[in-house]
Every structure is written in structure tokens, then in C-alpha cells.
Design a protein around this ligand. Structure first.
Ligand code: NAG
Ligand code: NAG
Ligand code: NAG
Length: 383
């Protein structure tokens, strides 16, 4: 039999009924809320009841996790290049706007086949989490249509093709629509930039939680001149070391963000002697340096900012005016100098291990743990 793969995730019951009818049903892997808005499935059972996913066809927010399963066997049962037109009406009728797929090993032809079918849906936001993509993608789809999403999020997705995944995936997207791109826990952020097309509508690029990136990897990840509309750039917990290094990376990549989040990087306050001074993008008006382990105000800040966040650092004294840029909105809460000498004894207000204010203490652990990731920590390994 021949089935387009896109329906696989939503119509898995068909396949399983045809393949091997399962006996007594274990607890429901899928849950649909009373408003028919959110539906989430977690197929942890070794013999999952795929038919449970049928209820998700009415939901707007759908999350499907395959229990770390290897989906390669499904490739034998479907034809990823089958003409999706036979399913178009069905896919168009889906209410799904936000889809999360996760916890699986997926052959690239199957994943891209799913994207091809989803191009007929009204999906706006796609998230892939904890996925290993094996093999190479099929040739670029024919026809002008692509996936018309405005937001794409990837967390812990590995690709057999390495950094080439970005230009390959881009060819399956409708050009010029993507506004938000998040890539966390990436296995490769060294993109072959000459193959990457411009993202003309992309305003938010979030590369946070890639601790191996560092300023040395920045230019490879921020393909030069591919993000002309960028406003928000997040490089949280990315192993950045110096402001000068980041500034030089931004300059080399030609990005002009308005807001830059460098929180949760262990920044050195001084740059190496002999490092050239860097000119920050003139568009930059907000800089987040919270949780950066700073013991003093770092050198090399932009000369003028609307917002500067130095919260939750280790500043032992109030910054002098000549150390700070011209700034409209300065946050300093959670620094030791604001706590010592207050009405509490120091040992109660300070975390003795790290010298970090209590209000700031939780966050170092929370780095990289988004809600779903934390909830699904239990899911590991491939079945
Ligand atoms: C990342 O995804 C793989 C599956 O591709 C999974 O085995 C691993 O546990 C995930 N890592 C984290 C930190 O969640
Ligand atoms: C500064 O950073 C802290 C810690 O991340 C955050 O709680 C606070 O809201 C930020 N302040 C501003 C003004 O953005
Ligand atoms: C400072 O920034 C914070 C967060 O962006 C905002 O809530 C606050 O109103 C700002 N304060 C001023 C004086 O602009």
C-alpha cells in the first residue's frame, strides 16, 4: 500500500490497524483538553496505541512524542514521494497551527515527506525536539509551495548531513515568511553559508543553549548578511567569553540587532590586551548581561544603550558612572553590593558557594531546561 508520510503522525492508527492489530489497550498515550485546543501524545509504550492520536486531528496545539522510537521501519510502509494531493483535503481540514514533534530517530525522507504534506495545512509554528535525523533529504520538492510557517524551533536535533541541514530545510519553507528561528542544543551550527538563502522577514534569532558555540563559532552560525531584518538576537548560555569577541563576531556577520541577550555566559570583564576595539552595531539599544558572573562592569560596552541589564552578577560595589555607558534603564538587582550592609546578615543573603544573591540562585540550574525538556527528561534512548 502507498501512504504519504505526512499523515503518519496524525493517522498512525491506520498503519497499525493494517499492520498488527494490538490487543488490550494500555493507558491512553494522547490527551485532548476540553476545549479541543491542546492535544499531546507521548507514545512510551513498547506497543503503542497509535489510534489514540486520532483525537488530535481537531486540536490547534499538537504535541507528539514518539518515545525515542526508531521510525525507520515506517519508511518501508509509506512512500515518502507519493503524491500528497490525495490527502490535501484532509490535511487542509486539520485545525493544527502549532505542532511539536519529538523523541524519535527519523529518516530524512520521512521527515521531509511530513513537511511536504504539512505544507497543505495551516500550520504556523513547528517545533522539533530530541530528534535524530538519519540519511539525506530527498530532492527538493517540485512546485512553488512550501511550508508556510512563521516560527521554527529546534532543540537537540541532530542531522546526518551536519550543518548542511539549514539550507536543505530552507528549501522546504515558503520563502520570506519565517520570523522566528530558535536553535538550541544544536549538534552543528557551522552552516555552509554560501548555500543559505536570506531570511528577509526573520526578526528573532535565538541561538541560546549552545554552550559549545563561543564567539569563535559565531560567524559560522550567523551567516553574513542572511538576516537583514534581525531585531532580537539571543546568545544565552552560548559559551561566550568576552564582549569584544561577540562584538567582532556581530560586525563580521553584518547583523544589526536592536536587542542582544548575552545572559548566562561567563564573561570576562576585560578583553585580552591587544584585542582591537570593536564598534557595536548602531541599532543596538538593549543589552542583557544578567547571570554573566561579572565582578566588575565589563570594558567594551556600547557607548549608549536604552536598557542594560547587569542583574545577578557579582558586583561588589556600585558601578561608577564613568564605567557605565549612557543608559536609560539600568538593572542591578541581585548583585552582592546591594545585599551586603542591608539589614540581613551576609551569610543569610548570600549563597555561600557561588557568592550569588538568593533571588538569582535558581537560574544557573535552569539553564537549558525549557519546560517541556524538563518534563520529558524521563524519555531517553531509542527503543
Ligand atoms: C537529545 O536527543 C536524543 C535523541 O535524538 C536523546 O537520546 C537525548 O537524550 C536528548 N538529549 C537531551 C539532553 O535531552
Ligand atoms: C534583568 O535580568 C533579570 C534576570 O535575568 C530579569 O529577571 C529582569 O527582568 C531583567 N530586567 C530587565 C529590565 O529586563
Ligand atoms: C526598564 O525596562 C523594563 C523591562 O524592559 C521595563 O519594565 C521598565 O518599565 C523600564 N523602565 C523604564 C524607566 O524605562
Amino acid at each position: 500500500m502507498e501512504l504519504a508520510p505526512g499523515l503518519l503522525l496524525l493517522l498512525l492508527p491506520l498503519l497499525s490497524v493494517l499492520a498488527d492489530p494490538s490487543p488490550s489497550p494500555p493507558p491512553e498515550p494522547c490527551e485532548l483538553d476540553d476545549e479541543d485546543i491542546r492535544c499531546s501524545c507521548n507514545f512510551l509504550d513498547p506497543q503503542p496505541d497509535w489510534s489514540s492520536a486520532l483525537q488530535c486531528t481537531v486540536a490547534v496545539d499538537v504535541e507528539i512524542r514518539a518515545g525515542g522510537r526508531n521510525l525507520e521501519p515506517f519508511l518501508k510502509r509509506v512512500d515518502p514521494e507519493a503524491n500528497p494531493r490525495q490527502y490535501v483535503d484532509l490535511v487542509k481540514a486539520l485545525r493544527v497551527r502549532r505542532l511539536t514533534m519529538g523523541a524519535a530517530r527519523v529518516p530524512a525522507p520521512l521527515l521531509f515527506g511530513v513537511l511536504r504534506v504539512l505544507a497543505y495545512s495551516r500550520l504556523k509554528e513547528l517545533t522539533l525536539e530530541d530528534i535524530e535525523v538519519t540519511g539525506s533529504p530527498p530532492p527538493t520538492p517540485l512546485g512553488p509551495s512550501g511550508l508556510g510557517i512563521s516560527s521554527l524551533r529546534l532543540r537537540n536535533v541532530s542531522w546526518a548531513v551536519g550543518g548542511a541541514w539549514l539550507p536543505q530545510l530552507q528549501q522546504w519553507l515558503k520563502p520570506g515568511l519565517l520570523q522566528v528561528l530558535n536553535i538550541a542544543q544544536a549538534h552543528s551550527l557551522a552552516f555552509p553559508c554560501e548555500g543559505v538563502r536570506s531570511f528577509p522577514a526573520l526578526t528573532t534569532l535565538d541561538l541560546s543553549d549552545n554552550p559549545g558555540l563561543s564567539e569563535r563559532g559565531l560567524v559560522g552560525a550567523l551567516c553574513p548578511h542572511k538576516f537583514p531584518a534581525l531585531q532580537d538576537l539571543a546568545l544565552r548560555n552560548d559559551g561566550m567569553e568576552t564582549l569584544n569577541g561577540v562584538c567582532a563576531g556581530l560586525a563580521a556577520a553584518g547583523v544589526q540587532p536592536h536587542r542582544l541577550d548575552l545572559s548566562h555566559n561567563s564573561l570576562r570583564a576585560t578583553s585580552n590586551a591587544g584585542d582591537p576595539e570593536c564598534v557595536w552595531p548602531s541599532s543596538l539599544n538593549s543589552l542583557d548581561l544578567s547571570f554573566a558572573g561579572l565582578e566588575q562592569v565589563p570594558k567594551g560596552l556600547p557607548a549608549k544603550l536604552n536598557v542594560l541589564n547587569l542583574s545577578c552578577n557579582r558586583l561588589n560595589r556600585a558601578p561608577r558612572l564613568d564605567e557605565l555607558p549612557k543608559v536609560g534603564n539600568l538593572s542591578l538587582e541581585g548583585n552582592p553590593f546591594l545585599l551586603t550592609g542591608a539589614s540581613f546578615p551576609q551569610e543569610n543573603t548570600m549563597n555561600s558557594e557561588s557568592g550569588v544573591a538568593p533571588a538569582c540562585a535558581r537560574s544557573h540550574l535552569a539553564v537549558g531546561m525549557s519546560g517541556t525538556l524538563a518534563v520529558l527528561q524521563g524519555v531517553r534512548g531509542f527503543a
